[in-house]
Design a protein around this ligand. Sequence first.
Ligand SMILES: Nc1nc2c(ncn2[C@@H]2O[C@H](COP(=O)(O)OP(=O)(O)OP(=O)(O)O)[C@@H](O)[C@H]2O)c(=O)[nH]1
Length: 320
Amino acid sequence: MASLPPVPEAKGNQVDVPPCLLSPAFTPPSTPGTRTPGRSTEPATSSASEQNAVVQPTLLEELPKVKCQVRARIPRNGGGEIFLHLYTNNIDNKEHLAIVFGDVIRSRSLDAPQENETEMVRMTRGAYTGRLYPGRTSSAALSPNQVVQPPENPIPLVRIHSECYTGETAWSARCDCGEQLDEAARLMTLEGNGVVVYLRQEGRGIGLAEKLKAYNLQDLGNDTVTANLLLRHPADARSYGLATAILQDLGLSMIRLLTNNPIKVAAVEGPNKEIKVAERVPMVPLAWKGLKGGVSGEEVDNYLKTKIHRMGHLLPDLGL
Ligand SMILES: Nc1nc2c(ncn2[C@@H]2O[C@H](COP(=O)(O)OP(=O)(O)OP(=O)(O)O)[C@@H](O)[C@H]2O)c(=O)[nH]1
């Protein structure tokens, strides 16, 4: 049986690319928004000796086109409610989502009148104001006790979240993805305003099957960056043009972005600074703040350590 190649040494942001295990690369070709902004889609070759783990986003001139097809109210387990917005777009066939907190933020493409549509059709696709109730006949009218309150902070909190089936659904303690989603929801509920853009770029854009292979390579002693490279994927295959377009559709031009990822900040602003990140709000793991309810353990610490040391994430090292 062939033995695994040695773990490469990081040199600042540079990393030795290990010989790949597979050929050809399996990064899904339909990774959302690969055209804007994108990373090099060149697979690592076995002869390549070095590659940046941290790559600055390159922004294309045009954003993808997005359309909100439907919106619905979701009462939240534990209190409060959100409006789930489902988007389609012109660059992939995935259903990307925007989870909107509060009544103020609305989708332009959803609210735009459609030809010959009845009030019932408008209400059914979610293009109504206020709340639906049995017998309601108009999408526009607010009942007298339905008043839209402006939020206290006019610059909304935004989280751009990439799908993580393992962390959000399968209770994984390898990463902090589930905790980050919960924490974003908690903060937006407190403010009564905000948006989680939920992008279908599972496994940093390599898809679930490849992420599971990467997990096995991690169990064989590699960190998350090396595991991706061994599979001939980039360390991070994601892009954020769809998020920029969705935020624009939601009428946001200035946001406070919940992230530790500097690439996300630069990328979401868009090719023509369509969105301005007024503030980056760090996402410090709850366990690091001595709080309960978050994920903790050696595996998530290793995951975060790799993000800090090899992907340039802005988190205090805390001697990890
Ligand atoms: N390839 C790979 N992807 C992972 C692994 N663990 C988690 N992920 C994916 O990493 C992504 C996490 O993305 P985000 O929550 O947006 O976080 P981030 O860009 O790292 O930075 P923050 O905004 O600071 O959280 C999700 O798509 C997860 O599925 C792993 O071990 N390997």
